[in-house]
Ligand binder design. Structure first.
Ligand code: PLP
Length: 373
């Protein structure tokens, strides 16, 4: 009998697989419930636009063909939309893949990547399997990236710093002044990737416009995705914008045909309707603030968010209900999927709730109210 564990690198053995929010079909199967809502993965509760579905249906007729490996049409359209040149863009099978590409391409054994301890869990997982190169820096007391501490953590072996802004799972953001001060501390040999997965939802006027800083800081990269406001999480499409010199090298490490043809067609169609993005951002903001007030009214502490989710703590709840795991399980029994935050290291009492449709948010609050009483 082979001892399979002995075959693997220590970093792999120590890593736990990514645990996503439960899909609706799984909860339906396991609990036999019919009417289920999912507020656990920061997805857009509004489906893809009709014209996007049409573009997908049309592209589906050519599924016997490999996709355009250079994603020419989409890259041109995206570059025009962002005001950048096509050679400043690399697309990935979700921004997850772009994060993986950056780490694989930049980091040799003995070198490191810095990120925040309570941030998107993929940074910790991806660096763990890549020579255990991750170095996590705690958040500030108000749940934001501690940028001065992250700058201070940079050493001679640091290759990459990942800043998640707004941060998942806290929803908090770092301001333009804070970010500029941070960039002044970072040596040009260190790449800074700002994960802006929730960029389109942000309304704070002092949020940094990283894209416009890339001329001054050629080591700066933005990561964006079609999974959130564009409602294409199921198709997997993300991208990075950065200096052409950097992007050219990153392209060498991506798999051929990494972006499928349905994603390419769907994204081109999304880009033709910027008004829909703005409308969705407005509706999200309205619902997020309403959900926050309703959760506070039943005893939760809500962290101010610029994204499409809320981090809440059960501080004001009855003592017997101060466990997010217990709350999550009780919610599941009522057909509402939310996410406990212990895997993110945020403690027993923290819960992340994605902003849903108005009726979904009402049902979520009603279920929590019932459980707490
Ligand atoms: C901060 C952050 N980055 C990246 C992603 C992943 O995006 P994608 O679906 O493009 O891989 C997520 C998804 O939840 C996220 O929260």
């Amino acid at each position: 009998m082979i001892d399979f564990k002995s075959l693997f690198r220590p970093g792999i053995l120590a890593t736990r697989p990514y645990s996503p929010g439960k899909p609706i079909c799984e909860v339906r199967r396991e609990l036999g419930l019919g009417d289920i809502i999912k507020l656990a993965s920061n997805e857009n509760p509004e489906g893809p636009l009709p014209e996007v579905l049409e573009a997908i249906a049309e592209a589906a007729c050519d599924l016997n063909r490999y996709p355009d490996s250079s994603a020419f049409r989409l890259t041109e359209a995206l570059a025009a939309n962002l005001g950048v040149t096509p050679d400043e863009l690399i697309l990935g099978n979700g921004s997850n893949e772009v994060i993986d590409i950056l780490i694989r391409a930049l980091v040799s054994p003995g070198e490191n990547v810095i990120f925040s301890q309570h941030s998107f869990i993929v940074y910790a997982l991806t660096t763990a399997v890549h020579f255990e190169c991750g170095r996590a820096v705690p958040l500030t007391a108000d749940d934001r990236h501690d940028l001065p501490a992250m700058a201070a953590a940079i050493d001679a072996n640091t290759k990459l710093v990942i800043v998640c802004n707004p941060n998942n799972p806290t929803g908090t953001y770092n301001t333009a002044d804070e970010f500029t001060a941070f960039m002044k501390q970072v040596p040009p040999r260190v790449v800074v990737a700002v994960d802006e997965a929730y960029y389109e939802y942000v309304t704070a006027p002092d949020y940094p416009q990283v894209l416009s800083m890339r001329g001054e800081y050629p080591n700066l990269v933005s990561l964006r995705t079609f999974s959130k406001i564009h409602s294409l999480a199921g198709l997997r499409l993300g991208y990075a914008i950065g200096h052409a010199g950097l992007i050219t090298e990153l392209h060498k490490t991506r798999e051929p045909f990494n972006v499928n043809s349905l994603s390419q067609a769907a994204a081109v169609a999304c880009l033709q309707n910027p008004a829909a993005v703005a409308d969705r951002a407005r509706r999200n903001e309205r619902e997020r603030e309403r959900l926050a007030r309703n959760l506070e009214a039943i005893g939760f502490q809500v962290v101010p968010s610029q994204a499409n989710f809320l981090l809440v703590r059960c501080g004001g709840c009855p003592d017997r209900m101060k466990s997010a795991l217990l709350l999550t399980t009780s919610m599941l029994m009522k057909g509402v999927i939310v996410r406990p935050m212990h895997a993110f290291g945020l403690g027993e009492g923290a819960l992340r709730i994605s902003v849903g449709l108005p009726e979904e948010n009402d049902r979520c609050v009603a279920a929590l109210r019932e459980i707490l009483s």
